[in-house]
Design a protein around this ligand. Structure first.
Ligand code: FES
Length: 569
């Protein structure tokens, strides 16, 4: 083991060493803890305002036990937490801010290695992004999924929320029952129990190799989650001794693995912007086309909601993510290193599938086409994405007239009108939901269908937006259109009545309006007034990048490393 970074603080003599240690000792810490033990920072996104992460202080105690056992010195610290259900206007607005908090907290403190604790959607990518920009030995530990929700003897999950709310809107589900369902939906610790964004992120970090095996699916309420935390604590101490930094794990091959695995599990479309942002921080070249290239041949192997039937706990009982990855064995890069010191191939060698209703085989998958498809055309020169496994096959090739909502507020105010000039062939366009235009790129892309169409029994329509959609949502929805409407690209010029053609097999999204007409419209186009003049949000608007680049702030790309050469004592 080389010289520990933490000794630049705790190993000092004289006044500086005194200051660095003395105040720490008010926590009852014996002097020998400062004498050359690896200091492990436990970066915790716990918050009572992030209920999915409400148990992470408990989990941190298990990590600490492991750290102590292995001869390390654990120190837990809080960072900004992003609670998906409560934060307004959208947690995505704050992902980059939270990443800055994690990055600076790690770098500024006497830390040799880090355990990152996250769970709810954005808490995972934000702290991974921050940690990548410091690049210390790092292990991620997810909080784990909730147990399946229960209502009237049946499993329910977040995906069902959309169905319950549509039924409630149509008067087929009483308000009393709707409220009763609330109590059964989230009945244990943990994040959303379906393959939504949080579970997608938990699978992403496992498939990238920055967690111990089985991180993705062990339920939060299962004692094996605490065991995993304990083992994570032990392992990070050895990683510091072996100097296994994040950049040794997060190679281009690891990112390609993550894209393939995300397709096999039917992961959330949010995966795209988060993986791009993480790649940008660690310095691995990755672009939007890679998501199509590495996922288009991958079938759906995990029968999990919203693409399938089951919940995350079922995935664990059936063999967990290692068993899914084993099915992809011939496609994945098996030689990449993971944080337990073994290769991915070694980790999945012993994995077994215990239930073929939940984990399929490549030659008998649940769906043939999974993954993320990237569409391009004059409507989205830099791309838009669609998740075919959540869409209606008959709409994969579709021509229809646009019906434009300029904002989500306009949509909400008019969607229930019986006079809305739409039919089942209409293409619903939602503008000003992009990174700058909203601002924050909210999960509104899967706008619900007009009540008029629901009353006619229509279950899906093509929808196109520069926003995102919840990982628990479904439908024929083109998302992340880039450039976004607020930048004055072609998407900002679409008018109600324009003909739009979606052709997923050909990867095309076309607006059938002449270039001359678009030029005339461009002359009249005015940028939306975002009404922000100060603070973080202004900085975000000034610097946020487009969806196809990962929605990071331009000045946060890359790494500043872990060196701090000045101090103020
Ligand atoms: Fe936190 Fe779904 S709301 S993971």
């Amino acid at each position: 083991m080389g010289k520990l970074r933490s000794q630049e603080w705790f190993g000092k003599e004289g006044k500086d060493g005194f200051i660095y240690r003395a105040w720490m000792k008010n926590q009852g810490i014996p002097h020998d803890e400062f004498e050359g033990k690896p200091v492990i920072g436990i970066c915790n996104t716990w918050s009572e305002l992030t209920p999915c992460n409400g148990h992470l202080r408990e989990l941190a105690e298990s990590v600490k036990k492991g750290v102590w056992e292995a001869g390390g010195f654990p120190l837990e610290f809080p960072v900004m937490s992003l609670g998906e259900t409560l934060m307004k206007p959208t947690t995505m607005l704050y992902r980059n801010l939270a990443s800055m908090d994690a990055e600076e907290s790690i770098r500024a403190n006497p830390i040799d290695g880090v355990v990152l604790l996250g769970g709810c959607d954005k808490t995972t990518p934000s702290i991974v992004m921050g940690a990548c920009s410091v690049d210390l030995p790092t292990v991620f530990l997810s909080g784990g999924p909730m147990l399946a929700g229960k209502h009237k003897g049946k499993n329910i999950g977040t995906t069902d929320l959309w169905k319950f709310s549509e039924a409630n809107r149509k008067g087929k589900l009483s308000q009393k029952e709707f409220v009763e369902i609330e109590a059964g939906m989230c009945r244990s610790n943990g994040h959303c129990a379906v393959m939504g964004t949080a579970s997608t992120m938990a699978c992403m970090v496992e498939s990238l190799g920055i967690t111990l095996p089985h991180n993705a699916a062990i339920p939060a309420a299962d004692s094996r989650r605490k065991l995993l935390a304990h083992l994570t604590g032990r392992r990070i101490v050895d990683m510091v001794k072996e100097d296994v930094k994040l950049s040794k794990i997060l190679t281009r091959e690891a990112f390609e693995n993550a894209i393939m695995v995300n397709a096999a599990i039917g992961g959330s479309t949010n995966f795209v912007v988060h993986l791009l942002a993480i790649a940008g921080r660690i310095g691995v070249p990755l672009d939007l086309n890679d998501f199509d290239k590495f996922s288009s041949d991958i079938p759906l192997l995990a029968n999990l909601q919203p693409s399938g039937e089951f919940m995350m706990e079922d995935l664990y009982y059936a063999g967990g993510l290692p068993a899914v990855m084993k099915e992809l064995n011939n496609l994945l890069h098996g030689k990449v290193l993971t944080v337990n010191g073994k290769t991915l191939g070694e980790n999945i060698e012993m994995a077994s599938c215990f239930d073929r209703n939940i984990i399929g085989r490549v030659d008998s998958p649940f769906k043939d086409d999974s993954g993320i498809v990237v569409v391009k055309g004059n409507l989205c020169p830099n791309g838009g994405i669609i998740k075919p496994s959540a869409a209606t096959p008959a709409l994969m090739q579709h021509k229809g007239k646009a019906f434009v909502f300029e904002t989500i507020e306009e949509y909400k105010a008019t969607i229930n009108s019986p006079d809305l000039k739409v039919d089942e062939t209409s293409v619903l366009i939602l503008k000003n939901a992009g990174p700058k235009g909203y601002p924050g790129m909210p999960e509104v892309g899967n706008i619900g269908l007009p009540k008029k169409m629901l009353d006619q029994g229509v279950t899906d329509m093509v929808r196109i937006s520069d926003g995102r959609m919840s990982g628990t949502a479904f439908g024929t929805v083109v998302l992340h259109v880039s450039p976004e409407s607020a930048l004055g690209g072609v998407f900002g010029l679409v008018k109600t009545g324009d003909l739009i053609e979606l052709n997923v097999p050909d990867r095309k999204l076309t607006l059938h309006v002449s270039d001359e007409e678009l030029e005339l419209r461009r002359r009249d186009w005015e940028a939306p007034n975002l009404g922000v003049k100060r603070g973080y949000v202004q900085m975000y608007i000034d610097h946020v990048e487009q969806a196809h680049e990962g929605v990071d702030l331009d000045f946060l790309k890359g790494s500043s490393g872990s060196e701090v050469n000045r101090d103020s004592h």
